[in-house]
Design a protein. Structure first.
Length: 400
């Protein structure tokens, strides 16, 4: 049997968890069995240069001349048509997409020409759909109901996201299964050796400080990631522990940077909270931190939490409806706190500071669990079997 041609699709290669997971899957896909391609809507994002050199990249914005005509749905139909054309050009055997916005394009294009498609749901849609779906949400939800149920296979990154998707989109039980994200622990350890080149972060405590507490968080700077709650919690911690030199690094970029910077100034935290942007060596920040905090209002299966655990950092996480509790084994491997509650985040961080030996012990256990149960190698092998099954199941129909 010749190699299976699989097209991976996502909007762009920004620094989010889905983009990083695609990078990992592209790196670890067995080239003796699969030939991968990458199709983007926009050829942009800091992770573009991390795509393996043997992966052909195509983008809608480069392939299609912009139209001066605006009609509702016209851009979407052009994207669906171009994706279907691309699948035919590369003689794709199967299509794989992540995020529901990309499913609207790629699943529609693949199903139009009879190419098997695998669609991945990366967040809890009962909470995560409305904030990012934009206009015509009722219509998009109806389209996704049809596309998911017509897909060869639907994957969800956590059990919670799977059950939520079944309820929200009306996906039939036999169509959807859980396929958890993987972590490349070896790569993370390598990245963790790259020094954090930041004097503020690295310097010892200032005069009058009994100790330094370094707190790190990472993700898109938007409302859903809850960074505003962490900033509020840090203000309370600074007031409660005036002799501790708190340093908080929020890694990432996003639309809420200005709002967060304004909040930091208003709370007089300019010397405490910094936003150094997207960091290619984020693992080094996690490893050098006293605690990693995930303050999200919603998640699917947060990669950054797994990556911080792979660096041996004690973690505090909001107990989102799906994801963190599965990763942290209901609190055995790290602090789980109420969602949307800055006081709960404050208490969680306080627990790590006041019981540091216990927190470090849990971090050691968490590291071992990540390496044994969350391997990207195992995740890639599982996906390869899903892709191969999808292709084989479609052969009788495509040969007719």
């Amino acid at each position: 049997m010749s190699r299976i041609r699989v097209v991976f699709t996502i909007g762009a290669m920004h620094g989010g968890g889905s983009e990083r997971q695609i990078i990992l899957l592209l790196r670890h896909l067995d080239r003796s069995r699969f030939e991968p391609f990458l199709y983007l809507v926009y050829r942009s994002g800091p992770l573009l240069n991390m795509v393996p050199a043997d992966v052909h990249i195509a983008s809608f914005e480069e392939r299609v001349t912009p139209s001066r005509i605006y009609l509702p749905g016209l851009m979407h139909s052009r994207r669906v048509r171009d994706y279907a054309r691309f699948l035919q050009e590369v003689r794709a055997d199967v299509s794989y997409d992540r995020t529901f916005l990309m499913t609207l394009i790629s699943a529609a294009g693949a199903q139009r020409i009879g190419v098997p498609n695998i669609s991945t749901i990366v967040t809890d849609p009962e909470i995560g759909f409305a904030p990012v779906a934009g206009r015509f949400q009722w219509f998009k939800r109806r389209m996704l109901h049809r596309l998911y149920n017509a897909s060869t296979q639907v994957l969800a990154v956590s059990d919670g996201a799977r059950e939520s998707a079944k309820r929200f989109y009306g996906i039939r039980d036999e169509k959807i299964q859980t396929h958890r994200n993987g972590v490349d622990a070896e790569l993370i350890r390598e990245q963790a050796t790259i020094p954090v080149n930041d004097t503020w972060w690295n310097s010892p405590g200032g005069r009058g400080s009994s100790s330094v507490c370094r707190i790190v968080s990472a993700g898109r700077l938007n409302q859903e990631k809850g960074f505003h709650l962490l900033v509020t919690a840090v203000r309370q911690l600074c007031d409660r522990y005036p002799t501790i030199d708190f340093r908080v690094a929020l890694l990432g970029e996003g639309a809420h940077r200005n709002l967060l910077e304004q909040q930091v100034r208003q709370l007089n935290l300019s010397d405490v909270v910094r936003m150094p942007g997207f960091q290619t060596n984020a693992a080094a920040w996690y490893k050098s931190a006293d605690v990693f905090v995930l303050p999200s209002l919603m998640e699917g299966m947060p990669n950054v939490l797994l990556e911080a655990m792979a660096c041996g950092a004690p973690v505090v996480s909001a107990n989102c409806h799906s994801g963190p509790a599965e990763i942290l084994d209901n609190g055995r491997l790290g602090e789980l706190v109420d969602v949307g509650d800055s006081r709960a985040l404050e208490v969680g961080i306080e627990n790590v500071l006041n019981h540091s030996a216990e927190a470090k012990g849990r971090a050691v256990t968490a590291l071992a669990v990540v390496e044994s149960e969350w391997s990207i190698h195992a995740a890639a092998r599982r996906l390869e079997n899903i892709l191969e099954t999808a292709v084989l199941s479609a052969l009788p129909h495509r040969n007719c």
